[in-house]
Design a binder for this molecule. Structure first.
Ligand code: NAD
Ligand code: MG
Length: 390
């Protein structure tokens, strides 16, 4: 039986992973499942899958979790350190599906144990690209992409020589506001930003799709995962979300990956890799679709994309600053403290302030330095929000 752990099991990616596992439960031995505040769902899945341990990120929920799993034989724990301890338990395959920079420490720990890390948590590579790749190499661990675009690129590269890759094109749906007049974006509400035309995902990544911060993170993720240079990465808006990514080779050939927009494809590919197995996703009917559209992204509409270019040029801990500032600005948008467009303004201002005031951005890439940078970036966003309000 394969030993499997799922970090962020109660979320959108986590539940899709469990859906696949539930179709063949006898093949898997579930070492650890983790979640946040949704104790009922975490306990239910831990019980059903007979997990070794269930961990909630919230220390004040430990008693609830213990009560919910009473008599099940499933161990319980809570808090950030418990998450890392759970990641230290030997697993063959670990799904990294916590949202945000909080996914980095358990992911790094799983790599140190030599596990195969299925990476939905894009923040891991954005914040700590070279540290993560080096850790994987040192411990003979493997990273598999789960973000749909990166899984698509990974599949288009099977059997190919990276030296012949000219460019990588990742597609973007354009999110909730693709067709809105730019003048209306300032007034966009949390509810409007939280509905996605094609994908059914967690709220945070859905809002990041509307602002294209999600694509900005993915451009950086592409650079780190595939080791290409920033000028080899392109983004194209593709409203139908059928082509997930394309790889262009130096003989002019382009390999495109297509499929229905269903994350169970990318999750299942990573779960069964290097094999392909039957997956319960819709089959494409191109004639029924009729047409696929591709549009150049407008960077005045999506300033996050130019910020991603700036981050890649800047290097060092700029990715950690960018991600933390984005996460905190998103918290403030969701709490209705700031408007939709203020998110990009604040991230840009924090990046500039790091350049001007703080040498930390050029410090060596250690988990400690990343976390210090992350903390300061969030604090500066809070200060900017308070200033605006004042
Ligand atoms: P989600 O919000 O639905 O679920 C997040 C999970 O992380 C939950 O289990 C939650 O309890 C847990 N969590 C949240 N904060 C935590 C913290 N501080 N510490 C520990 N656990 C915490 O998110 P999602 O949409 O499933 O996305 C998960 C990750 O996968 C994100 O990095 C996202 O960018 C990426 N991703 C998601 C999709 C998708 O279709 N949902 C697609 C591609 C990539
Ligand atoms: Mg994606």
């Amino acid at each position: 039986m394969r030993k499997i752990s799922i970090f962020g099991a109660t979320g959108s990616i986590g539940q899709n992973t469990i859906d696949l596992i539930n179709r063949n439960p006898e093949a898997y031995d579930i070492v650890a499942l983790t979640g946040g505040a949704n104790i009922e769902r975490l306990a239910q899945d831990a019980r059903r899958l007979n997990a070794g341990i269930a961990v909630t990120a919230h220390e004040d929920k430990l008693d609830d979790l213990r009560a919910a799993l009473d008599g099940s034989g499933v161990e319980v724990a809570a808090g950030a350190t418990a998450l890392i301890e759970a990641a230290a338990r030997k697993s063959d395959w670990v799904m990294s599906a916590i949202v945000g920079a909080a996914g980095l420490p358990p992911g790094l720990e799983a790599l140190k144990q030599g596990a195969t890390l299925a990476l939905a948590n894009k923040e891991t590579l954005v914040c700590a690209g070279s540290l993560v790749m080096q850790t994987a190499q040192n411990h003979n661990a493997r990273l598999l992409p789960v973000d749909s675009e990166h899984s698509a690129v990974f599949q288009a590269l099977v059997g190919e020589d990276m030296a012949t890759v000219e460019r990588i094109v990742i597609t973007a749906s354009g999110g909730a506001f693709r067709d809105w007049p730019i003048a209306d974006l300032a007034g966009a509400t949390v509810e409007q930003a939280s509905s996605h035309p094609n994908w059914n995902m967690g709220q945070r990544i859905t809002i990041d799709s509307a602002s294209m911060f999600n694509k900005a993170l993915e451009v950086i993720e592409t650079k780190e995962f595939f080791g290409v240079s920033p000028d080899q990465i392109e983004v194209v808006v593709h409203p139908e979300s059928i082509v997930h990514a394309l790889v262009g080779f130096d003989d002019g050939a382009v390999m495109a990956h297509m499929g229905a927009p269903d994350m169970r494809h990318a999750i299942g590919y990573a779960l069964h890799w290097p094999d392909r197995r039957h997956l319960p996703v819709d089959r494409l009917n191109l004639a029924k679709l009729g047409q696929l559209r591709f549009i150049e992204p407008d960077e005045t509409r999506y300033p996050a994309l130019s910020l991603a270019r700036q981050v890649m040029e800047r290097g060092g801990l700029a990715g950690a600053v960018f991600n933390a500032a984005k996460e905190r600005a998103l918290d403030h948008f969701i709490a209705r403290h700031i408007g939709f467009l203020a998110m990009a303004d604040m991230v840009a201002a924090v990046l500039d302030r790091f350049d001007a005031e703080n040498g930390l951005i050029d410090a060596p890439m250690t988990l400690d330095n990343i976390q210090q940078t992350d903390h300061l970036a969030r604090k500066w966003v809070d200060e900017a929000v308070t200033q605006r309000a004042g």
